[in-house]
Design a binder for this molecule. Structure first.
Ligand code: GLN
Length: 280
């Protein structure tokens, strides 16, 4: 192949100072093949000059701290690879704790109704519906572009039972929605003044409206606590991701609107990550 560039040669050339794993992921994305294929058969794979030019462009973005997920438009969460772009918060491993907790409290054979406030890429709701095959769910997001991403993921992954709507949590959702069994949310919870302190990969590449929780980081919880009361069945449950120093405040917010048996769960780093409670 004239002018073709061998992948293994390329890997050696760019190995220094870069994660070889991430470079393999960029190559796999460009070749439309699996990471494993690049890993095991790099010596038999070649880039055309055009593919090589794309690769160099992506490598520059990677070296300028753009998250690999935003470059290759893929992020793993729970059991799926989700499409992501600049309109959605990157799915994060600690958010998988919500799926684990729902599985701990409900039977996957049950026919449940879920509601996701601020669904973003759809990663929470679509992962729940993957586990709870007989269930359905509604995910809302204030960003129409995020809703497009969630719908794209639903179609790409072939998940049944999910409806995504472009709506705000101030909208009269109780009129739109039949009573739910489970409310989930990973709302914006970073204090406005702390946004500037976030890592560049978050501050520059995650949408601000998915991060900014207002002056004390709690704005979304106050609203979700009130609205969720109207759409949850008695005995239904709410699961909220929180910032690691927000457990006491979020528990108080839930208690004030009448939630009971409020618990806090830590993530793998032993940081408070999810507050959950029952609607009395
Ligand atoms: N966990 C995100 C961070 O790393 C914040 C996500 C959110 O506000 N929901 O900053």
């Amino acid at each position: 192949m004239e002018n073709a560039i061998n992948i293994d040669t390329l890997l050696k050339r760019h190995a220094d100072g870069n994660s070889i794993r991430d470079i393999r992921r960029i190559i796999a994305h460009l070749k439309g093949t699996s990471y494993e294929n690049v890993f095991f058969h790099g010596s038999e794979l070649f880039f055309t000059p055009e593919e090589h030019a794309c690769f160099i462009n992506m490598l520059c973005r990677y070296e300028a701290q753009e998250p690999i997920s935003k470059i290759i438009h893929r992020k793993s969460f729970w059991k799926y690879d989700f499409f992501v772009n600049e309109s959605v918060l990157d799915p994060r491993p600690e958010t998988e704790l919500i799926i684990e907790l729902v599985l701990r409290h409900f039977n996957p054979a049950d026919q449940l109704k879920f509601f996701d406030f601020g669904a973003g890429s759809g990663c929470i709701l679509l992962s729940l519906l993957h586990e709870f095959k007989k269930s359905t769910g509604i995910g809302i997001d204030i960003s129409a572009k995020a809703v497009d991403v969630a719908i794209h993921n639903r179609q790409m992954l072939g998940v049944k039972g999910a409806t995504f709507l472009n709506a705000s949590w101030n909208d009269p959702l109780d009129i739109m929605t039949a009573p739910c069994d489970v409310v989930v949310s990973n709302p914006p919870y970073v204090r406005t003044q702390d946004i500037a302190l976030l890592e560049e990969s978050v501050r520059k590449y995650d949408p601000p409206e998915a991060l900014d929780g207002g002056a004390n980081g709690l704005d979304a919880y106050v609203q979700i606590a009130q609205v969720s009361q109207k759409i949850l069945k008695k005995g239904g449950m709410i699961f909220l991701e929180i910032g690691c120093d927000q457990a006491v405040d979020v528990a108080r917010i839930l208690e004030a609107v009448g939630y009971g048996s409020i618990s806090v769960e830590k993530d793998l780093q032993m940081l408070d990550r999810v507050v959950y409670a029952f609607r009395c």
